[in-house]
Write a protein that binds this ligand. Structure first.
Ligand SMILES: *[C@@H]1O[C@H](CO)[C@@H](O)[C@H](O)[C@H]1NC(C)=O
Ligand SMILES: *[C@@H]1O[C@H](CO)[C@@H](O)[C@H](O)[C@H]1NC(C)=O
Ligand SMILES: *[C@@H]1O[C@H](CO)[C@@H](O)[C@H](O)[C@H]1NC(C)=O
Ligand SMILES: *[C@@H]1O[C@H](CO)[C@@H](O)[C@H](O)[C@H]1NC(C)=O
Ligand SMILES: *[C@@H]1O[C@H](CO)[C@@H](O)[C@H](O)[C@H]1NC(C)=O
Ligand SMILES: *[C@@H]1O[C@H](CO)[C@@H](O)[C@H](O)[C@H]1NC(C)=O
Ligand SMILES: *[C@@H]1O[C@H](CO)[C@@H](O)[C@H](O)[C@H]1NC(C)=O
Ligand SMILES: *[C@@H]1O[C@H](CO)[C@@H](O)[C@H](O)[C@H]1NC(C)=O
Length: 350
């Protein structure tokens, strides 16, 4: 851990699992740093009040202006999480499946419904032009927990979950140093996890399970931690009361005055409601109760036909235009970052 980083030592000290692991790196641009120095603040949390204020003017008639498209080089795999560092680096969390899971055809064996399959969890960094900087695999060749989900960035670390690629199984919560891509496993949990946010003010994590059907809350200052492979117990588990969309990727915003200083995150996702009927959307969500605070459908599609919110996203405040900017990465394998801004509307709304 670098001395210049802030004191999360109190966290690490009480977490028995914490052994930093080197990543398996494929470096594409040896002469450029993985991330900007100093690290930029997180786009969503740095200006969360402005983002929330504008978000709560959006609606079904909002017009989204396409600002820029950035095609990412190479096979982008299946992107599941993304953080954008000041538009200088695009960091994707992606799956790479080397053997598929196979359905148990309706049987439940050991609490789940399919074989584990095999693969790798990657974090991949692209520059402002979409060129590859580095590709890291965070998991070993025979790891059963090889599925990475949505990710969050708090200005110092990337937070991720590495899970078995099947419901009701297991996951490990990891913290990654973006300057080296070294990961530190912190918490082992007895459920699948596929999304995470870090509440910077309260030093808590919220992790979402399969289909984001519930969230578990962790106090990083006092995790009931047990030696691997034993499981830790979260502070609380809360059922998600909305079925509008399944959240794929969430970002911590902040404790907003707009919502009585509750912890607010922004999530994106889709729901396939019938054959060929996929609804996409963005939501402001109360981190600790999962209650949606504000929801808007998003029905733009990528050039390849995927609903924009199919896979990961990030959000930031564009102070030059005084508007939020949303980054979508909908497609698998051949991926483009689609950057949109909502057009400010006339005062009356539907
Ligand atoms: C489930 O059925 C499919 C299709 O018949 C088959 O390919 C697969 O092997 C079966 N799964 C298991 C675990 O036997
Ligand atoms: C179920 O779990 C037991 C005990 O861990 C293991 O021996 C067995 O192989 C598992 N079955 C399957 C189908 O994965
Ligand atoms: C996972 O657990 C939930 C809640 O206990 C249950 O409804 C669901 O059927 C389980 N899924 C599988 C695949 O076992
Ligand atoms: C390291 O990453 C490369 C490229 O993704 C992969 O082919 C290789 O199997 C990985 N090696 C290990 C030991 O994980
Ligand atoms: C959370 O989901 C898991 C299934 O994945 C289930 O076993 C558990 O009962 C759920 N908890 C709540 C509070 O909904
Ligand atoms: C779904 O879309 C595909 C491709 O456009 C089309 O071939 C198929 O008929 C559609 N299915 C239904 C049930 O609408
Ligand atoms: C980005 O791509 C989309 C889909 O192909 C297209 O509609 C849009 O005009 C493009 N935007 C820009 C700024 O080039
Ligand atoms: C990307 O698109 C090209 C051109 O359509 C295609 O040949 C290639 O197979 C695609 N790559 C992947 C990884 O899907």
């Amino acid at each position: 851990m670098k001395a210049s980083l802030p004191p999360l030592a109190a966290t690490a000290a009480c977490l028995l699992l914490a052994t930093t692991q080197a990543a398996n790196l494929t470096v594409f641009q040896p002469d450029v740093s993985f991330v900007p120095t100093p690290l930029p603040p997180p786009g969503p949390a740095a200006n969360f009040e402005q983002i929330i204020e504008q978000f709560t003017t959006l609606g079904r008639t909002t017009v989204w202006r396409s600002v820029k498209n950035i095609t990412l080089a190479g096979d982008t795999g299946e992107p599941e999480g993304m953080v954008v560092l000041d538009e200088q680096r695009y960091i994707t969390a992606r799956g790479d499946w080397t053997a598929p899971t196979v359905s148990y055809n309706g049987s439940i064996i050991n609490g789940t419904d399919r074989t584990p399959g095999a693969g790798y969890a990657h974090l991949e960094i692209y520059d402002a032009q979409g060129r590859r900087v580095v590709d890291a695999t965070l998991t070993e060749p025979n790891d059963i927990e090889y599925h990475i989900g949505g990710i969050d960035y708090d200005g110092h670390y990337i937070w991720a979950t590495l899970a078995q690629y099947r419901p009701n199984t297991t996951a490990t919560i990891v913290r990654v140093d973006p300057t080296t891509l070294e990961s530190t496993p912190l918490i082992h949990y007895a459920d699948h996890l596929g999304g995470i946010v870090h509440d910077i003010q309260r030093n808590r994590l919220a992790t979402l399970n399969w289909g984001a059907r519930n969230t578990s809350i962790w106090n990083l200052g006092a995790v009931n931690s047990a030696a691997y492979p034993a499981f830790s117990t979260p502070l609380a588990v809360v059922a998600n009361p909305t079925f509008f969309i399944d959240y794929q990727d969430c970002k911590f915003l902040g404790h907003s005055k707009h919502y009585d200083y509750r912890a607010v995150m922004v999530c994106s996702g889709v729901a396939t409601l019938a054959v060929n009927v996929t609804v996409g959307g963005l939501a402001l969500v109360d981190v600790e109760t999962m209650v949606p605070l504000y929801e808007v459908p998003v029905m733009m599609k990528s050039g390849l036909g995927a609903v924009m919110t199919q896979n990961p996203f990030d959000i930031a405040w564009n102070s030059a235009d005084e508007t939020m900017r949303v980054y979508f990465l909908p497609d698998q394998h051949n991926s483009t970052v689609y950057i949109y801004e909502p057009v400010r509307e006339s005062p009356y709304q539907y």
